[in-house]
Design a protein around this ligand. Structure first.
Ligand code: 73E
Length: 803
């Protein structure tokens, strides 16, 4: 948008008076933030209504991205950037005596997601608006986001994250668009006069779903899409309800949108989770149908105007919910309703970890959602009947939805969708050949790959302005809208001046991060050290332990030879563990205890430091990523579906140290094997081990003295105050099979780390590698990813730019 500095300053002062009736000089930073947020809303509001109007007038097909999680991060700067007024506002505020960076910190960081899956959804809505795809988010307005993590004596402690405490400047409550969601009760079918079966409901609990809409602003293109998050409320009461039953009912209902299930892999609070899933799915589908009806296009044509995307299995109930509406409310017959539903729905699988593949006990689902359960049974009956005539009975048994008293959500999503995609090439191949092979035999054409992506706006333009400025000076700014243009940087691969400039920027970013750590943790970091970063959820398959065992081996090396020629290192961890995941929490404690041991040991001459940041999330990622030299992507091959921190880190010039897992494979293909450090077991070797059962971790402990010393340190008191945790980890690695092959990959990992130590000493060579990574990162822009979803899955209009 066009905005002069003078106009902005006038607007800002006026808004300050309107909102707080006071002068700017009297306002606190929180108030300054709130006023700026309000002003940004007014700047985007015209385009928001205009975008909606255009969609309606053109009867454009819309995509709705259904996701339990949207891990948005702070939105102020991102909105300013996308409106094209970031610098004007920064300068204008400066004139008014206000520092933009200070007031940015006043915005709460809404942690409405666990990790990669939720952050992907946030990148996607940003990229859909930027790519002019009529695409909107649909999710839950959790009152409490993912827990706030504190370390107490090295242990993770979870605290509530009350992000809405001071209000949310970006949202608008849309009471007129509220819908009713029904839970529990009884349903029976009765034949009507015309012989059709009609459902009758009795005694359902009604929940009012109230939408809160947030503008999703496209990058400098006047497009504003919508993120709709639903809040659960008590419907207007009838007079007869007594006070105490009202309070009881209110608590029960409001708990539905109270708290994000804080778990990446395990279950708990299962019933509440199922309620949440149905709640936002039912509200979303009802609201889409209401909107569609305004267009006066027959329901049979729904799939020409609406695409619903099921982000992982959590929203898989959209399939029976749409069927319910088409059958019961729109009176469509089964075949037509099914045809419409399958054409509307598409599904993304994000993981092969079996514990994350949702299953619901049928007694739970039939009690909570009686009509939905009937419909699922009928989908299952028709599926098994049809497939029995075409496939081996064992295949049908393995693929059906209802099995052993459970409803399998992935099966429901696959059967009810026209497309199923994995999130990286390797992941999709594993789905087709292994995990979902039976379905691949049944529906080969439904399967496709869409490698994940990240938005370069948040992860480069906002997080790393110095690097962004350098890039613009070298190659111009076409890459902002055509990110593959970053490849132009390769022309500077042998330009010493550029490489030195890159090194300087990295150094400055490291200094900035070191300052932050000194301020928040009191730890002094040496910016000349290698900053080695592993930031992701804590999970055994991600192998933070491999990193830790190697750190211990370096420590012992330095203890034996204090003068050993090791380049100083700072190992940076950021990770939350699911509250019920004991092993992951033990690993956190162990890392913190090793950090205490090493950080306090003056005999190693400051060569090693460990920083485990508390409460890792989007805002911290924005600080850590620009300062990273090494990107640790060391999951056991086959287990990480894609990963996205790998993409963010390469975009900021970190060198990837990786197994050939997830999207690391494609990163290797993009930058070439000289510009990435690959080590460890390959996916096919892992499967071979599973097949022949020949992995015996204890033999690695017995045979490898370095490893033995490191592992013994876990149980011999070397690590302070972590005996129980050390014992548990030791036993799982040495005696209980080492499920994720940590000991098997230890030597290869150590060798790769040694190679890094050597490479880093040659600054030009290192920066050349960094440059080639930045140049190759454009391919992994979520702009391209969503454009591929739009053209190949959703069939909605977008400005396709071929890559
Ligand atoms: O590899 C990542 C992937 O990059 C994968 O582990 C993650 O999704 C990212 C985005 O595609 C993921 N999260 C979950 N499953 N896969 C998950 C499962 C249950 C609850 C919450 C998240």
């Amino acid at each position: 948008m066009d905005l002069s500095k003078r106009k902005f300053k006038d607007d800002y002062k006026k808004m300050m008076t309107e909102v707080y009736s006071m002068d700017i000089s009297e306002a606190e930073p929180t108030e300054q933030f709130f006023v700026l947020g309000n002003l940004v809303r007014t700047y985007s509001s015209k385009n928001w209504s205009h975008t909606n109007q255009v969609y309606v007038e053109n009867k454009q097909k819309q995509t709705y991205y259904f996701s339990m999680e949207f891990l948005l991060g702070r939105m102020l700067k991102s909105n300013l950037l996308n409106l094209g007024i970031l610098n004007t506002v920064r300068d204008g505020l400066y004139d008014l005596g206000i520092d933009l960076e200070t007031i940015v910190q006043m915005e709460p960081d809404p942690g409405l997601g666990n990790g990669g899956l939720g952050r992907l959804a946030a990148c996607f809505i940003d990229s859909m608006a930027t790519s002019e795809i009529p695409g909107h988010g649909n999710g839950i307005r959790f009152k409490y986001g993912l827990f706030k993590q504190k370390f107490v004596n090295g242990y993770q402690v979870e605290l509530p994250e009350n992000w809405l405490q001071n209000g949310n400047v970006w949202e608008t409550r849309k009471m007129h668009a509220a819908v009713t969601v029904r839970l529990y009760g009884k349903v029976w079918l009765e034949k009507t006069a015309s012989g059709v079966l009609e459902p009758h409901y009795e005694g359902a609990q009604k929940v009012l779903a109230v939408p809160y809409d947030t503008a999703v602003i496209g990058y400098k293109n006047d497009v504003v899409n919508t993120l709709r998050l639903w809040s659960a409320e008590v419907p207007a009461q009838d007079e007869s309800t007594d006070y105490w039953s009202f309070i009881h009912q209110r608590n029960q209902i409001e708990s539905i949108s109270e708290v994000l299930y804080p778990d990446d892999s395990n279950y708990e609070g299962r019933l509440l989770r199922l309620k949440q899933e149905y709640f936002f799915v039912s509200a979303g589908v009802q609201s889409i149908i209401r909107h569609y009806k305004k267009m006066r296009v027959p329901m049979l044509h729904l799939a020409e105007k609406v695409a619903i995307h099921i982000n992982d299995t959590h929203p898989a109930l959209s399939v029976p919910e749409l069927m319910r509406i088409l059958l019961d409310e729109e009176k469509m017959d089964w075949e037509h309703a099914w045809n419409v539903t399958v054409n509307v729905m598409s599904y993304t699988n994000h993981t092969i970890m079996s514990e994350a593949l949702e299953k619901w006990p049928i007694d739970m689902i039939s009690t909570l959602l009686p009509r939905i359960y009937q419909i699922i049974c009928e989908i299952d009956r028709r599926f098994t009947m049809k497939m029995s005539t075409l496939f081996d009975p064992s295949i049908v048994e393995r693929t059906r939805i209802i099995e052993c008293g459970h409803v399998k959500m992935a099966h429901l999503a696959i059967i009810g969708s026209h497309s199923i995609n994995g999130v990286a090439q390797l992941h999709t191949t594993i789905l087709k050949e292994k995990v979902l092979h039976d379905f691949y035999l049944i529906y080969p054409s439904k399967f496709n790959n869409k490698t994940n992506g990240i938005t370069q706006r948040r992860w480069l333009m906002l997080a790393n302005e110095p690097l962004c400025n350098l890039i613009n000076r070298k190659i111009g700014n076409d890459w902002e809208t055509t990110p593959t243009e970053l490849k132009m940087l390769k022309a500077f691969r042998d330009d010493e001046k550029t490489l030195i400039e890159l090194a300087k920027i990295k150094h400055q970013n490291k200094e900035r991060f070191a300052k932050h750590i000194q301020k928040t943790m009191g730890l002094v970091l040496n910016p000349d050290a290698i900053f080695d970063v592993q930031i992701k959820r804590l999970h055994a398959y991600k192998r933070q332990l491999l990193n830790l065992l190697h750190i211990l081996s370096l420590y012992f090396q330095l203890k034996d030879h204090p003068e050993a020629d090791l380049h100083p290192r700072v190992f940076i961890f950021g990770a939350k563990a699911a509250p019920s995941y004991t092993y992951a929490k033990q690993i956190i404690k162990l890392i913190n205890s090793v950090a205490d041991l090493i950080n306090q040991d003056t005999t190693i001459k400051e060569k090693l430091k460990i920083v485990f940041v508390e409460n890792y999330g989007v805002s911290l990622a924005e600080k850590i990523i620009p300062a990273a030299d090494i990107s640790e992507q060391i999951s056991l091959a086959s287990k990480e579906a894609s990963g996205t921190s790998n993409m963010k880190l390469m975009l900021n010039g970190a060198i990837t140290l990786a197994t050939l897992d997830g999207a690391n494979v494609e990163i290797r293909d993009r930058v070439g094997s000289n510009n990435i450090i690959i080590f460890g077991l390959r996916e096919e070797e892992v499967y071979q081990y599973y097949h022949d059962g020949s992995y015996h971790s204890k033999s690695y402990y017995d045979r490898n003295p370095v490893l033995r010393r490191v592992l013994n340190a876990l149980i011999d008191g070397t690590i302070p105050d972590a005996e129980a945790e050390g014992r548990s980890v030791f036993d799982s690695l040495v005696y209980y099979g080492d499920e994720y092959f940590v000991l098997r990959d230890f030597d290869a990992y150590s060798a790769a780390q040694k190679q890094i130590d050597q490479l880093y000493r040659d600054t030009l060579k290192w920066q050349r590698m960094a440059l080639i990574n930045i140049a190759g990162a454009g391919t992994f822009s979520s702009d391209y990813t969503v454009q591929q979803y739009a053209s190949q899955i959703w069939d909605v209009f977008s400005r396709i730019r071929d890559i």
